[in-house]
Design a protein around this ligand. Structure first.
Ligand SMILES: [Zn+2]
Length: 433
């Protein structure tokens, strides 16, 4: 454990620490970020009204568009000369969102990432292959800083060049793999087709997988392929990057590092704070960030939170796995469909390579839902493969879960594009009004 005093802090002490930091941080944001001063005034409140954590609900939310509207430096609370690093979202859907860090922010982030590795069981003996993108994306450097923090060895392969990834993994004796879960699935497949025996040739024991939601089925597949323990890592660039929360060795929910993050769960429609254990949208306040303090940041991630003590001895509350993003939900012919439901069905059919799928929605008047999925390579080659029969089976099982009929297309193994970053599972071709 990297910071036992903080990591094992009991709930009452942790809440007290959060409260002190929260009250201070609210005032800091108000005094140094004009956007917050303006919003507080519009709501008729001042930092004096925030006396405890129970007053948090009085503070207006911050959303991703606020970052875009204040591009590039509008939410900066310090002079630019105190900023030592920035990152940015890809900006594929418009203006990128920029995040900035002071030296102290980078120290905090490194420490959080160090704790994140250590909670998953990594230590200074490990050889950690970091296959997240180094660059403006927070994943690469975030996972890198954590490696430095625990004194392990970094193999900074970054994304891409899969053959070289596999060669490094074998030759360097990589013990910890950090990448997106979809890339881990692809690496497993590529390893086998390159003639590696992942259990024999690789020395992997831990996986650090984040930056996209993934299912229990995907976890099982990655664990079985490589013989490692796969940990879910949660974060987002607006909140430093990765390292907000991680699964400990018990893999039963993701501990939120609550000395640095205050979490609330809200009803995404009304904005009202929900009691513990109810499912809603996660909202985070960063408790010590200097360069870009964010108050009540809406993540659009839907989950429940548990404050129960974990078997590992930590009291930091746990996200009981992300159940999908509010904006991932598709409405097809009036029915709510989550891509994760479709993935769940596909991955439980043995004849399929269910992790390789694509959802296509078309339609001008009536929506049509297509699901393209690859057949398992062994099944595809076997005499038992009956395309029409399997297609019907998949359509029936999807209908049972989705309550609507999807048209299924079975694809030969290796047809769909493989990704080095986040998988693109949904193609919505409907004309937006
Ligand atoms: Zn735990």
């Amino acid at each position: 454990m990297l910071d036992p005093e903080i990591e094992l802090m009991r709930t009452d002490k942790l809440r007290k620490l959060q409260e002190e930091r929260f009250i201070r941080q609210v005032r800091y944001a108000y005094e140094n970020v004009p956007m917050y001063k303006k919003r507080f005034r519009e709501k008729g409140i001042s930092p004096d009204d925030i006396k405890s954590l129970d007053d948090a609900h009085k503070i207006p939310f911050t959303v991703k568009n606020d970052l875009r509207d204040h591009y590039p430096y509008g939410i900066l609370a310090v002079p630019l000369r105190d900023v030592v690093e920035m990152h940015a979202s890809s900006g594929t859907t418009g203006t990128p969102t920029v995040v900035t860090y002071t030296e102290r922010d980078l120290r905090t982030w490194s420490r959080l990432m160090g704790r994140t590795y250590s909670a998953a069981g990594a230590n200074s003996e490990d050889v950690i292959q970091n296959a997240y993108g180094y660059g403006l994306f927070t994943g690469g450097l975030g996972f890198h800083y954590g490696i430095r923090e625990i004194g392990a060895m970094a193999v900074p392969t970054a994304t891409g060049n899969t053959k070289r990834q596999l060669k490094m993994m074998k030759d360097m004796g990589t013990t910890v793999l950090a990448c997106t879960p979809s890339y881990a699935l692809y690496l497993g497949e590529a390893a086998k087709s390159e003639g590696y025996d992942p259990h024999e040739d690789f020395n992997l024991r831990i996986g650090m997988f984040g930056a996209e939601p993934w299912s229990e089925e995907a976890r099982k597949k990655i664990q079985d392929t490589f013989g490692l323990r796969a940990h879910d890592v949660y974060g987002m660039s607006e909140l430093y990057g990765p390292g907000v929360a991680v699964e400990c060795e018990h893999q039963n929910g993701l501990h939120i590092w609550s000395d640095e993050f205050l979490v609330e769960v809200i009803n995404p429609e009304t904005g009202e704070v929900l009691p513990e254990g109810e499912k809603g949208e996660l909202v985070f306040t960063m408790l010590t960030r200097e360069a870009m303090p964010l108050l009540r940041y809406r993540t659009k991630d839907l989950a429940t939170i548990s404050w129960e003590e974990c078997e590992c001895g930590r009291y930091h509350p746990r996200i009981m796995r992300i159940r999908g993003r509010a904006d991932d939900m598709l409405i097809v012919g009036g029915v709510n469909v989550f891509p994760s439901q479709i993935e769940h069905v596909l991955m439980n059919i043995d004849e399929l390579a269910g992790e390789f799928f694509q959802i296509v929605i078309e339609g001008e008047i009536l929506d049509r839902l297509y699901v393209k999925v690859e057949v398992d390579p062994k099944h595809y080659e076997s005499d038992k493969y009956d395309e029409a029969k399997l297609k019907k089976k998949v359509e029936d099982e999807l209908q049972a879960v989705l309550t609507l009929r999807a048209r299924v297309e079975l694809l030969p193994p290796g047809t769909l594009p493989r990704t080095e970053g986040k998988a693109k599972h949904v193609l919505d071709l409907r004309k937006k009004v």
